[in-house]
Design a protein around this ligand. Structure first.
Ligand code: PAN
Ligand code: ZN
Length: 187
């Protein structure tokens, strides 16, 4: 039987105590996401920084799961560090992203190609409707930490976004984040 629990989440580090699982992604594991391949190779060669970590509180016998994502600040060329981005395998499953610290943008794209962004900053809980692909982007100088919450069996469908990219990019222009069309988006 699953038992109730109070799970401590550190808003600055994203640590989850107790956690059930975690993984990390180094930049080298995100090949193909960024436009500037030369800058990508140079940044990987220069220490292959940790891009993000995901920590879960997830039990298969529960319908609900939550956890944190901790994103390092950084850029590849003028593109900020980002997550892979995905749809959920179970298309009826949405999600929430509640930012604890740092600043970023949540980039969303519907199945039929509508795009939206939602600001990520402490106090904002982003609502991700079912069947919208979502990618988070750290546009700040510090860590971006957010708590996500979704169905345990929502699943991740990465293929389409990995193959085609997203319709929009978030780049730094004059020291500020700007959302632009992705010239390499494959229809
Ligand atoms: C999050 C994401 C996490 C990492 O837990 O999986 O932020 O992003 P990618 O999975 O796109 O690399 C979530 O949205 N779960 O459904
Ligand atoms: Zn998700």
């Amino acid at each position: 039987m699953l038992l109730p629990a109070g799970v401590r989440i550190d808003p600055n580090t994203g640590a989850v105590e107790p956690a059930t699982a975690s993984y990390t992604k180094r930049l080298s594991e995100l090949r193909g996401l960024f436009q500037d391949r030369q800058a990508f190779d140079a940044t990987v060669a220069d220490g292959d920084p940790l891009a993000y970590e995901v920590i879960d509180y997830r039990w298969k016998d529960s319908d609900l799961a939550f956890g944190t994502t901790i994103m390092a600040p950084g850029k590849v060329g003028d593109e900020y560090f980002m997550t892979r981005g995905h749809f959920h395998e179970r298309r009826e499953c949405g999600e929430t992203y509640y930012t604890q610290s740092g600043e970023g943008l949540l980039l969303l794209q519907s199945r039929d190609g509508e795009t939206r962004t939602v600001e990520m900053k402490p106090g904002i809980c982003a609502f991700i409707p079912p069947d919208w692909a979502h990618r988070s982007i750290n546009t700040g100088k510090d860590k971006l930490v957010f708590v996500w919450h979704c169905a345990t069996d929502a699943g991740h469908e990465y293929g389409e976004i990995l193959e085609k990219g997203m319709r929009k990019l978030v780049v730094e222009r004059d020291g500020r984040p700007e959302v632009i069309d992705n010239p390499n988006f494959m229809r």
